[in-house]
Design a protein around this ligand. Sequence first.
Ligand SMILES: O=P(O)(O)OC[C@H]1O[C@H](O)[C@H](O)[C@@H](O)[C@@H]1O
Length: 532
Amino acid sequence: MFDALKSHHATIADRRFADMLDAARAADFSATLGDMRFDYSKTNIDADGRALLIDLLDARGVADRRDAMFGGQAINETEGRAVLHTALRNLGGAPVMVDGQDVMPDVLATLDRMADFASRVRDGSYTGQGGAITDVINIGIGGSDLGPAMAARALQPYHDGPRCHFVSNVDPADIAQTLAVCDPATTLVIVASKTFTTIETMTNAQTARDWMSASVSDTGAQFAALSTAADKTADFGIAPERVFGFADWVGGRYSMWGPIGLSLMIAIGPDNFRAFLRGGQAMDDHFRTAPWDQNLPALLALTGIWHNQICGYATRAVLPYDNNLARLPAYLQQLEMESNGKGVSMDGADLPYHSGPVVWGEPGTNGQHAFYQLIHQGTRVIPCEFMVAARGHDDGLHHQHRLLVANCLAQSEALMMGRDLDTARGKVADKFDGAELDRQARHRVFPGNRPSTTLIYPKLTPAVLGQIVALYEHRVFVEGVVLGINSYDQWGVELGKELATSLQPVVEGQASADDKDGSTAALVAALQAQGL
Ligand SMILES: O=P(O)(O)OC[C@H]1O[C@H](O)[C@H](O)[C@@H](O)[C@@H]1O
């Protein structure tokens, strides 16, 4: 499938793409949605390469598949489900049909119920036993944690509701340290779980309930649930008026737009939450209508395919120069790696090329003082995705924000330009000479020609965050369709869960480790000797 692209790549692999980069290329290899601009000119993709990449979209039927997704067809074929997180941000309410039924009335009614509840928590008319709610604890994991936790951090400047805490790990340290700073009489616990069976979440929810029941008479009244499993939320003792349901066509890692976003809505308020949804919807409209060579999600995806499947770069760094996006890399790790980390194509055959890349990152400028060394001078090429706002939220500190922007732009420039041996020699010629000058200079050489993309936006508002998240969601979709995999299941997480269940009695000393492998049995024995 990638033959033409690989042949093209072979002819240009040694080219220094900085030599192509003039103002015309910068304009041609950028695309915009309003004030959001995606620049992929600092890559080795040229007009021919881009044309071949766009051919792939047509050859793989991406447009039809996109329309099938928005149209409610069961494109999650292994689970027989539609993929309709986009319906959650379809604020205009245009009909979205699943099995002959319009799902929008239910979606919008649930959004209104969420807004009503969030408003009552925020204005103090919904109370705990001790009065107005001071703390909200969202208990969830994976898609029921990473989205709202990432967004609550990203939109911290808009936070004017009660304190929000996110507990995910089954490690008791997580819940214990959170409960320690909350008052049970004024805390709302939100149990977020699509299935309401996830062991970590149910264990933490039980621990929170025990904690609350020591001092609160009606604990159920201070619990809410976000789930597709209404029967299970009732069994847990949460009254239907505080259960916010959604359908199985919302994938866990795509679910922050609906009930799973309740903690975020309580933090920033329903109006800001709706602005977040509108941002996502604006990206949906763009994805559906913009020609491929102007289409941000498609271009982001094609840049990814170029770097991973064609150039062979196995990882990709996401580097937001926006400290409030500190959790974005973790969020994207689930979104991208759980979606496109598959070795089998939709029809069950082995994938004849690599699956999606390893995604990792940290905000800049922090990363510059840690792992950028390897990005600049390590032996592997790591494509970088920079993102930065024109303005921060503290106008009085705008001079400091400019320093942040200068650093972001400097990094992509440095990665591209590098520094050759002659220039490196010049840097140290006053200190060394002869063989020592050469040796010292070698350490100061930067190969350069290292690709990056840059996403810029005016300011990290709720709407802009919505655009960014939807941009990455659709990027994952396009990459998944091109690779021919199902981006919407996650069978690869099951085996570890099954083995954890079988190991539980072993670590509890109720069953022997004899039928386990030698390493596992020895580790259990050693941990038991240390007090397990
Ligand atoms: O929302 P839940 O049903 O509790 O699921 C939470 C998470 O756990 C699973 O193991 C999946 O890997 C994730 O995709 C999911 O988001």
